[in-house]
Design a binder for this molecule. Structure first.
Ligand SMILES: [Fe+2]
Ligand SMILES: [Fe+2]
Length: 471
């Protein structure tokens, strides 16, 4: 039995010697990356994880105990459609690309490499969280997210190795060489170089940053380059759990904070701190931080790249087929807020050039839904305070609003005013130190840290008290 027989896949790996040769070189490097940069301190324990063994409904969520380095990362693409066509852009209705179209080779490689780079980056960002887990249930969820990001890396490496020849293989190696937060060889995107070293960060990251992934993957899931579309379709099924971890994790923190607030006289931050909870003001600052960094991931508001990708049928809008009638949009325009002569102004641009902003708009709506859920938790506990999303102009490092200063409401302000108020808007050293101080590991099955409420139910058909990790 060869090593390839053990890799779950539906790409006929055992009959693809070229792909085997590429993987043969890459696999040992992946495993040493995982051992060096994966979850610290827990690699030797059995964890109750789901593994994808096929793309069928009964095969993609197979639960059982496994040691993470022995996780069966695999290569899965959703089944191909007969006579698949390009769904949008100038070639709408033409047969889908089964190979990389030559004139878009570089652009497409860049898309795949950028997506691929985020997957190991997040594992690196989260690698030390295990030692401060609030419960065994949460510990398992962290590891589930980590191994699946590992599999997402495999998914992108498959596309690179199978369709991009030698430079694809080189890119696949480099995905294992960059390091999150490293000044010499950082990860490609800003959000993926930010520290994620406490659990409030982790939930905010999986809520907001993994959710960017959902929208990127969804727009590639309808790509006219069919192998990429089918790969992304399957990744989306896994991604849903990551966002659940973030959204429900933050909801549980909010709920717990509300419970603690009710026990105090004035419901103030100091009183919540005295009870070892996380004040709403700190939660709000973490939201502001990760939301704004995640908005950057959608790229510039006005983008000729976005227009080119759409024209070429490579990257569409969110739910392109389901939501829209016109898939060519050659004449449509879109009205955008921009900065002109130091003031906010409205500008009409070709819709194709505004597609990053259109995708960002879908993301914002989804985030608002999450916020509403957390605010409902506050309401249910009888707390009148509410959490909000800042303006999409606040704290941006990419696009139209980078290099300008905005308040939370999106008003242009001076640099002095921004610097003076930023400590109220973004987590500072003191916030981070306080949250870190709260992070004491709780690993007895069924027990939970004081600063977070337990989940409504367990995972994989097991109760919250289940021994998810055999320590
Ligand atoms: Fe991912
Ligand atoms: Fe994810």
């Amino acid at each position: 039995m060869s090593v390839f027989d053990k890799i779950p896949n539906n790409v006929d790996l055992s009959n693809d010697p070229q792909l085997q040769r590429a993987l043969e070189k890459w696999l040992p490097n992946f495993l040493s990356w995982w051992n060096e940069m994966g979850p610290e301190g827990f690699q030797g324990y059995d964890v109750y994880l789901r593994t994808a063994v096929s793309v069928e409904p009964e095969g993609w969520a197979h639960f059982g105990y496994v040691k993470m380095p022995e996780y069966r990362w695999g290569i899965f693409l959703n089944p191909s459609k007969t006579n698949a066509t390009i769904g949008f852009g100038d070639g709408c209705g033409h047969p889908a690309y089964q190979e990389v179209p030559g004139e878009f080779r570089n652009a497409l490689r860049r898309i795949v490499v950028t997506q691929g780079d985020t997957e190991p980056a997040s594992v690196e960002q989260q690698r030390r969280l295990g030692v401060t887990c609030p419960s065994m249930y949460d510990l398992r969820n962290l590891f589930q997210v980590n191994v699946e990001e590992g599999r997402h890396l495999w998914a992108m490496v498959y596309i690179l190795q199978k369709y991009f020849g030698r430079d694809g293989r080189e890119e696949a190696e480099e995905l294992l060489q960059r390091r999150s937060g490293n000044t010499d060889k950082p990860r490609i995107l800003g959000a993926f170089n930010q520290p994620c070293d406490d659990w409030l960060n982790f939930y905010a990251f999986t809520m907001f940053t993994d959710r960017d992934g959902k929208y990127q993957l969804a727009s590639l899931a309808e790509s006219g380059f069919e192998p990429l579309a089918r790969t992304c379709q399957f990744m989306l099924t896994e991604e849903a759990h990551h966002m659940f971890v973030g959204e429900s994790g933050l909801e549980r923190i909010v709920k717990r904070t509300a419970e603690l607030m009710k026990q105090t006289k004035n419901q103030g931050d100091d009183e919540v701190r005295a009870l070892n909870g996380i004040p709403l003001s700190i939660i709000q600052r973490y939201i502001n931080f990760w939301y704004s960094y995640s908005l950057d991931l959608f790229g510039g508001e006005i983008s000729s790249n976005a227009a080119d990708f759409f024209s070429a049928g490579l990257k569409g809008r969110y739910l392109e087929q389901k939501k829209y009638e016109d898939h060519v949009i050659s004449d449509a325009t879109y009205s955008l807020t921009v900065i002109e002569n130091g003031k906010l102004a409205t500008k009409e641009v070709p819709l194709r050039n505004a597609l990053n902003e259109v995708l960002r708009g879908e993301y914002v709506k989804d985030c608002e839904r999450g916020l509403a859920r957390w605010n409902k938790a506050l309401e249910e506990e009888g707390i009148s305070a509410r959490l909000v999303l800042p303006s999409t102009r606040f704290h941006r490092h990419q696009g139209e609003f980078a290099n300008h200063n905005f308040d939370l409401g999106g008003n242009l302000i001076s640099e002095e005013e921004y610097e003076a108020k930023a400590p109220h808007w973004l987590p500072g050293q003191e916030d981070r130190a306080y949250v870190r101080e709260l992070m004491k590991p709780v690993t007895d099955p069924g027990k939970i840290a004081n600063w977070i409420a337990p989940p409504k139910s367990g995972v994989g058909g097991k109760p919250f008290e289940f021994e998810y990790v055999r320590l």
